[in-house]
Design a protein around this ligand. Structure first.
Ligand SMILES: Cc1cc2nc3c(=O)[nH]c(=O)nc-3n(C[C@H](O)[C@H](O)[C@H](O)COP(=O)(O)OP(=O)(O)OC[C@H]3O[C@@H](n4cnc5c(N)ncnc54)[C@H](O)[C@@H]3O)c2cc1C
Length: 381
């Protein structure tokens, strides 16, 4: 028998925290998964429940309403979210936005937004992608023009997670189009501001429980102190600084999701019979699962290294990019091979393996397409 696995960074305190997140996931996220997919978003109540449990900003100081933990607490949440197979509650997004504000924001911005984000009262989004550009962030066309004490924002964004529910959105905009990357700024927009408009929820291949949407800014005028960190032209630098953490998060979720696929498949092949014996008794089944187990184990080891570096404050952008592209690609391979062992049932959305399969595909695209990650890694060699 394989020994139960516990990474070196997982202290006793974290084991308990992990148990409570797993319970929340089993008792609340999993039973609501199909409902949220049908409704194309999770309920507000789900956000509040996650806030009560302290899992939205687990690694933000309690002085800002967070749970005062470390990146290890965040890693536990992301891994369990991946394992849950629930696509509805996009906690990762609130975590990302929370950390932009924590690490780049002014004291006033932290006080204003972080407690509400941590409690689940405020749902957050980040709007980088536009209809005309995603990978090439320097080509964004959304304009934030300084007029007196305000910024007037005009432009359109698409594929924005939490697009319908969000109360606040960090917008990537050009404050000076002549300056290239140095002309990009991040603006914190309260979605009650006149001129902000939500488009429709987009129909997706997977992740149907997330309200991925278009959004429009039509002379949307916000006070100048909504500029993240208070410095114009720092947006590209702030993005480059924070994106590695988003990439680490996606790699950790990939590890959770593929472990779930393996667990579901092991159970299934023991129950399902063909030609008078359980599927596990075919050598092919055992060989596939042996390959999958090895890949799941290697992925976990890689992401544990990333988590350790995150905890130590040494996580570099190249390692985060490697983890993002490598783990999400292993996620897709593993889930595909597991699904095959379910036969036709693996194609039925009623079965979690089918939903894991559909949800996995986007992991190679968002958070920076995997080709972009390879560029970032290759450039350093
Ligand atoms: C479900 C979902 C949720 C999302 N959530 C958000 C969100 O919350 N906020 C947000 O801002 N965005 C979000 N996105 C957008 C996502 O980040 C972009 O789709 C992604 O960055 C790719 O941009 P693009 O779609 O414009 O593709 P493009 O930039 O047009 O690229 C298309 C393809 O071209 C290739 N390619 C591009 N550039 C290069 C290169 N330099 N070298 C080699 N190949 C290249 C890659 O294969 C890439 O996949 C989301 C997307 C999805 C599908």
């Amino acid at each position: 028998m394989l020994k139960p696995y516990k990474p070196a960074w997982m202290t006793e305190d974290l084991v308990q925290f992990n148990d409570s997140v797993r319970r929340f996931s089993k008792e609340y996220l999993e039973p609501n998964d199909i409902k949220w997919r049908q409704e194309k978003m999770a309920s507000r109540d789900a956000w509040r429940k996650a806030g009560e449990l302290g899992i939205i900003l687990p690694d933000v100081p309690d002085t800002y309403g967070g749970s005062g933990g470390t990146p290890a607490h965040a890693a536990v949440v992301f891994w369990e979210l991946g394992y849950s197979g629930n696509s509805g509650l996009a906690l990762g997004l609130n975590h990302i936005v929370g950390h932009y504000i924590l690490n780049c924001g002014t004291e006033e911005q932290k006080q204003r937004w972080l407690p509400g984000i941590a409690s689940g009262e405020i749902v957050a989004a980040i709007a980088m992608t536009e209809p005309g550009t995603g990978s090439d962030l320097q080509a964004v066309r959304t304009r934030a023009e300084r007029r007196g004490d305000s910024y007037v924002i005009n432009g359109a964004k698409t594929f924005i997670t939490n697009g319908q529910l969000c109360d606040v959105v960090i917008v990537v905009a050009k404050t000076d189009p002549a300056l290239g990357a140095k002309g990009i700024s991040l603006i914190i927009v309260d979605t009650n501001t006149p001129g902000f408009q939500r488009g429709k929820v987009l129909e997706k291949l997977g992740m149907e429980g997330q309200d991925t949407s278009e959004m429009f800014f039509d002379d949307c005028t916000v006070p100048a102190d909504c500029l993240l960190g208070g410095h114009e032209g720092r947006g590209f630098y702030q993005l480059m600084e924070q994106l590695p953490f988003e990439r680490a998060q996606l790699a950790i979720q990939a590890s959770g999701a593929m472990t779930r696929a393996l667990d579901l498949t092991v159970d299934y092949v023991k129950e399902r019979h063909a030609f008078g014996k359980p599927l596990i008794d075919f050598q092919n089944t055992r060989f596939v699962l042996a390959d999958v187990k090895a890949t799941v184990t290697a992925t976990r080891a890689f992401t544990d290294m990333v988590v350790q570096q995150w905890i130590d404050g040494t996580l570099d952008p190249v390692t985060a990019s490697m983890a993002k592209f490598w783990c999400t690609e292993r996620q897709c391979e593993v889930i595909d091979r597991c699904l095959q062992l379910f036969g036709g049932y693996g194609y039925m959305k009623e079965y979690p393996i089918a939903r894991l399969y559909a949800d996995a595909r986007v992991q190679r695209i968002y958070g920076g397409a995997n080709e972009i990650q390879r560029e970032l890694v290759g450039r350093q060699l």
